[in-house]
Design a protein. Structure first.
Lengths: 442, 442
């Protein structure tokens, strides 16, 4: 048994002081309040919150941070640069990069990641002799670092959507595709993960998967299913021209909108789309630091929430890896467009990042500090200039409006104390990032 | 003589390696390139950029960080909370708070501050026996910390603008006002600062100063002049109803738009306002982290720049104190509204924060690493997760798109090495902030 003693911890009922958390087999066995620290307990000083889920990640995009701006353009020109990086990765180089990126996430307070994975095959599209080699190396990287992972295995069949139909995959896209939905189902059925790893489904987008294949995948697989949805206005235009409906309408007609579905972005939905997403109980994964970096626009976050959608967050392209910045940006972007403050309660934004993020990637009941939940904890120190002067009676607001990734001192996943004093205890994260990224651009 | 040896430094011509900077009497006397470190030189490892100016600060607003969100509302409800804090400050408590806030700025890489100061009198409006007591204590705080300061001494005469005229000051506003423009001119003429401190003028806003008084102040004083301008749509509406012109038009007619004028915010200007600001060669101080926090909206930054206005940055309400986040947010907010990436060059954003910020607060020729300039330097370490993997050939982009205040290792002002290893060498900043802020809310 392991034990953690928290000065202050955010329980489902609210903040409590002097909280003793007993852990057995990676699960919280007991939560005691107003206790004194047992001798063997590890003391977590500051504010302890539940582990947070990075519900939308493309780990390799991290290599592009601050390397695509001088060239300007739009989302679509950025995508070409991203494809050029994708084509360079091998199982070994992706393993090295993913170790570093997952360690960066962990040090920032993300204890679980939904990895939207589509780098399946060799650069020309030829499968590896072991067809899930790339996926397995990404999962190995997560296991090495200790972060919880849902490998969202992506179906990606087409190279784009024209009014008269789909273009074939070509060039740098070839390695993403399984060619047919049957081959995708065959490959993905061979991925068996356990422990801190599980498999989910990703349907890349309406640009890359036709409605019939969406329906087939949706009915064949009973697991968390994610899709990019209306990130760009052009995606809507293309979909309307080809399918006479919005992307959300097409996904709805294909039968995949449900409580186990997560729409990623949903930046440009129609009012009808918002109703469909809300009525189905789907999740919407907001990625505000990426959405601003890629000039996507500001999505209707508060309308989606009011309609019934559950919100969660992802750092997506990893222009920034900081769960606090994601939570804060949801509110800040809403303020910029609505001219109203306090649209979201801080407590709800923390729930989005933790409990609802965990649920969206298939770890129901995780992302909270309660008996029976996975023992995933994040401790924020209060010593930084950012947090100095915080109101002790408003810890939620301090977490959301003042904190940053740099304030994370300790991270625990499945009871294991992986990060202390802000650093991963076995990975030299900064050096690992620099080595892996510089190697790609040499 | 003091000397600094920089691994890489941003000179007016671009980035150079192995740069030796000799300093005499606080001024850069020599800049040598591709040299080896002299024995006596202090080595600055990483990226050295010119000192940056926080061209719009209300130091005491820092006390409100993360304390006003739960209450929601708008800019105007936030303002009531801010007034409640303003009324509490005494010369001593403001000195303690300002020391801490200026130290936070310095550690974040701001080497100069334009302090838009309006807490002139006692809480009921009675002048202190020494009428510039509060201003002097704020300047003393800056001098104690070592940051360069321009005290923008503010004229604030009225309590608001109705269609039929100005309301008198009342309640929490009483301490801001000198009652008449003549008394303001008399008081401000007694403020004599030297060394790293100088005086400028602030005209609070069209809500607080009538057009006649704006004209009197503008013609009486030959020094940098700042004003809040069109931060909120309501301000425009009130001004149009009362004066039959926009705030910018009224300031133009009062004769104050010029190269020594800085419009703060300019979030909601008309096309005509943009032309007036651009044609006059005025500066526009953008405060994007505050503008999003206060739900002001996104201003037309790129249009203002194209029209001829010089841009600079300020952290204003200090919801965030981070010059890198301000620079980045100018581009990010533009992306969110324009759907285009790379609207601003990174180099231009650094110039806005350094050279143009210094000019806007009256330190012409500062904010650059060149012979004859004040020896104000900021060094960014490259060891953090944020900056790991940066492209060595794109240092401007690394500074603007990856860096954060936490990456600042060393800060030099007027040749004095004030911050090393990220911490002020004589102020315990976090503790000072916490002590000063908690005392206000006890």
């Amino acid at each position: 048994m392991t034990a953690y003693f928290c000065e202050r911890a955010l329980l489902p009922e609210g903040w409590e002081e002097d909280v003793l958390i007993d852990v057995t087999d990676g699960v919280i066995e007991r939560v005691g309040i107003a206790l004194t620290a047992e001798k063997e307990a590890t003391v977590l000083a500051g504010l302890v919150i539940p582990g947070m889920a990075n519900a939308h990640s493309h780990a390799f995009h991290r290599a592009l941070r601050a390397r695509t701006h001088a060239l300007g353009g739009s989302f679509w020109t950025w995508r070409d640069l991203m494809y050029e990086t994708a084509i360079k990765l091998t199982p070994d180089s992706y393993y090295e990069l993913a170790v570093a990126v997952f360690a960066e996430m962990l040090e920032a307070g993300f204890t679980a990641v939904g990895e939207f994975h589509y780098l399946h095959h060799q650069a020309d599209g030829t499968p590896y002799s072991e067809p899930n080699t790339m996926a397995q190396r990404v999962v190995d990287a997560a296991n090495h670092v200790g972060i919880r992972i849902t490998l969202l295995d992506t179906v990606f069949l087409h190279g784009g959507l024209d009014p008269d139909g789909y273009r074939p995959l070509s060039g740098n896209q070839l390695r993403f595709g399984d060619r047919t939905v049957e081959r995708y189902l065959d490959r993905t059925s061979q991925l068996n993960l356990e422990g801190l790893s599980k498999v989910g489904t990703a349907i890349h987008s309406i640009r890359a998967v036709d409605p019939e294949s969406i329906a087939v995948v949706g009915s064949a697989l009973d697991r968390p299913t994610h899709a990019h949805l209306s990130e760009q206005p052009d995606e809507n235009t293309q979909c309307l021209a080809a399918h006479n409906g919005t992307p959300t309408e097409v996904f709805h007609e294909a039968g995949v909108l449900s409580q186990s579905f997560t729409a990623v972005h949903a930046t440009h939905p129609t009012p009808h789309d918002i109703s469909l997403l809300g009525d189905s109980g789907a999740s919407v994964c907001l990625c505000p630091t990426t959405e601003r970096d890629l000039a996507d626009g500001v999505g209707p976050a508060s309308e989606l929430k009011r309609a019934g959608a559950r919100l969660c967050v992802g750092s997506d392209s990893h222009a920034v890896i900081d769960p606090f910045e994601e939570m804060r940006a949801i509110e800040m972007h809403e303020r910029l467009t609505s001219h109203q403050r306090g649209v979201f309660h801080s407590a709800d934004l923390i729930t989005a990042a933790s409990l609802d993020g965990y649920a969206a990637i298939g770890w129901q009941g995780g992302g909270r500090i309660a008996v029976g939940a996975p023992a995933d904890l994040v401790c924020l120190g209060l010593g930084s200039n950012r947090l100095a002067g915080a109101d002790r009676s408003l810890p939620d607001d301090a977490v959301v409006f003042s904190a940053g990734a740099g304030d994370v001192t300790d991270v625990v996943v499945a009871g294991r104390h992986l990060v202390s004093e802000g650093s991963h205890r076995s990975v030299a994260t900064g050096e690992a990032l620099d080595r892996a990224i510089q190697a790609l651009f040499r």
